[in-house]
Design a protein around this ligand. Structure first.
Ligand code: FAD
Length: 523
């Protein structure tokens, strides 16, 4: 709580992060690395965390970008994974999404694409393009991607032989333990930690945040830069700076979740994928950790009551009423000025997209790394407004791109058993960008060109779009041949399966690998 000084380089000398959830400690870790290790600048970072408010306590899935977070901080898997009950993730299975119109009850699989998939992955996308033009071709992503094979066989994405490439993968983890791990590490590196609830915020005449007041401490907590990691409360960016929030409720109907943990069966293999099963008015996640399964039902309160959702989740999981359930309201949407005045919002405070593709921490990481770059450029070029606007547009586009990909899952569902699924397909005000993508796909247009044209809007790579659209069977009905396929021959699924199955022998069993890695810490 000392006087504020800005270092000679213009890097803030005092930064206060409000919020000690995963976002708060990820922010502390990355900013500490970026700003406190500058030779002629040293930033004091303080994290303020309320004991009374608590963290959201869910968020167990991730995308492959999280690997980059640990790599950047120099944290090895065997250092953090055992402390966070973490497992490996090769992709996401979507059972039940295609239960209408004769679709497969197994749904489809979204693997992470890697150089190991180059040949079979390209063959898959070529097949899909042929099928869009009415040619009979195999289009189940499961057969063409190594990650799908690994998950089917309960294998880890870690090789037991040396290859020039490894597959892409992500993790499942206990988010509370990950927060704790990052907190202990950050504190050792000099980040200050204050337990307290911010009850008041004072602004300067220019509108910047000047200082905070804690409920049980009369002294002002000053800083020259503030990070809002207060979760859905959005205390600084929302309540204090009144940054407008744009709801995605026209596109994404789900606004509620109910979560129930379940024990892991120690005699069974550990899956290396997330399961996202469609239920009557939303979908249920199942995420395997080494200590338990995380489960939850994300649904729309406009279509189902909390009581009925909990009952449906219990029936789906086969658990009795005695097992505790947590109900979580979700504020779905995003602000457009993630960096406003001298405040950056990170995590749920800046926005949230339902966790169907487990993208929240990816957005936390994206926001922080791009903020650090934009801030450095703003300082060196002396034009804060220009770089702040560029950064805000960039993050907003990334939110919108992820939203569109999630909305596309609902557009592709074939269920007819509830208004929820029908409305999601038919009464959803999709963005112009998504409409253009779907129209191009449906009409047999140049899909590659469409994705390229939208490269600034679209976050997901082309294999992900193909896996979703082809995997969900979104093709013209047979007999509607759109145009001649120029004699290109489709790759049979058996040929692809032979390759991916052969590759899978080079990978270690998931449970055995975790057991070896965790030693006596394995539960
Ligand atoms: P929180 O965890 O809510 O932390 C907020 C912090 O702010 C707390 O420490 C609290 O004490 C503090 N605070 C609040 N007000 C004050 C105050 N006045 N003074 C002081 N401190 C204050 N993400 C994924 O990446 N993968 C997933 O699979 C995933 N699944 C999810 C499922 C659901 C149902 C939901 C709702 C979210 C999911 N998420 C997922 C999102 C993920 O949980 C969050 O993005 C992540 O945990 C970061 O949260 P946070 O730190 O922003 O907020």
């Amino acid at each position: 709580m000392s006087q504020i000084k800005t270092s000679t380089m213009g890097i803030p000398s005092q930064v206060v992060i409000v919020g000690g959830g995963t976002a708060g400690w990820m922010a502390a870790s990355l900013l500490q690395q970026a700003w406190s290790q500058e030779s002629d600048a040293s930033t004091q970072i303080t994290v303020v965390e309320s004991e009374d408010i608590g963290t959201i306590g869910v968020g167990e899935g991730s995308t492959p970008t999280l690997r980059e977070f640990f790599r950047k901080l120099g944290i090895a898997e065997n250092e953090w994974m055992p402390k966070c009950s973490a497992t490996y993730k090769c992709g996401i299975a979507f059972p039940g999404w295609l239960n209408g119109n004769g679709g497969s009850p197994d749904g489809y699989f979204h693997p992470f694409f890697s150089p190991l998939d180059i040949q079979t992955g390209e063959a898959f996308m070529r097949n899909a393009c042929l099928k869009r033009r009415g040619v009979n071709a195999a289009v189940q992503p499961d057969d063409f991607f190594v990650g799908a094979q690994l998950s089917r066989q309960y294998l880890s994405p870690r090789l037991n032989v040396s290859l020039p490439f490894e597959p892409e993968y992500a993790y499942h983890f206990d988010s509370a333990l990950l927060g704790k791990f990052l907190r202990e590490r950050a504190k050792k590196l000099g980040v200050q930690h204050i337990i307290g609830t911010v009850s008041d915020v004072k602004r300067t005449t220019t509108g910047d945040i000047e200082c905070l007041y804690l409920s049980r401490d009369k002294r002002p907590l000053k800083a020259d830069f503030f990070i809002d990691c207060t979760g859905f409360a959005s205390l600084l960016i929302g309540k204090t700076l009144e940054t407008p929030f744009y709801s995605y409720s026209d596109n994404l109907f789900n606004d509620s979740a109910v979560a129930i943990a379940s024990p892991l069966d120690n005699t069974q293999p550990i899956p290396s994928h997330t399961e996202s099963t469609a239920l009557s008015n939303g979908w249920a996640w199942k995420i395997p950790l080494t200590t338990r399964n995380g489960n939850g039902y994300v649904y729309s309160s406009g279509y189902q009551s909390a009581e009925s959702a909990e009952k449906e989740l219990r029936a789906h999981m086969g658990v009795s009423d005695e097992v505790e359930a947590r109900h979580i309201p979700m504020r779905v949407g995003s602000i457009r000025q993630h960096w406003n005045h001298n405040c950056l919002a990170v995590g749920l405070s800046q926005g949230f997209i339902e966790p169907l593709e487990a993208t929240a921490l990816m957005l936390v990481q994206y926001t922080l790394t791009h903020f650090i770059k934009a801030h450095a450029l703003a300082l060196s070029k002396g034009n804060i407004e220009h770089y702040r606007t560029g950064f805000n547009n960039n993050v907003s586009q990334t939110f919108a791109g992820i939203r569109d990909y999630i909305v596309a899952h609902y557009q592709c569902n074939t269920r007819t058993d509830s208004d929820y699924w029908i409305d999601n397909r038919s009464h959803n005000h999709i963005s112009d960008n998504l409409a253009a993508i779907l129209q191009c796909w449906d009409q047999g247009g140049d899909f590659e060109a469409e994705l390229c044209a939208q490269k600034h809007q679209q976050v997901y790579p082309r294999p992900s779009w193909y896996c979703l659209l082809a995997g969900s069977g979104r093709f013209p009905v047979s007999g509607q041949r759109i145009e001649n396929a120029h004699g290109i021959v489709p790759t049979p699924s058996a040929a692809a399966r032979e390759y991916t199955a052969k590759m899978s022998h080079k990978f270690q069993d998931h449970r055995t690998l975790l057991q070896t890695m965790y030693g006596k810490n394995f539960i």
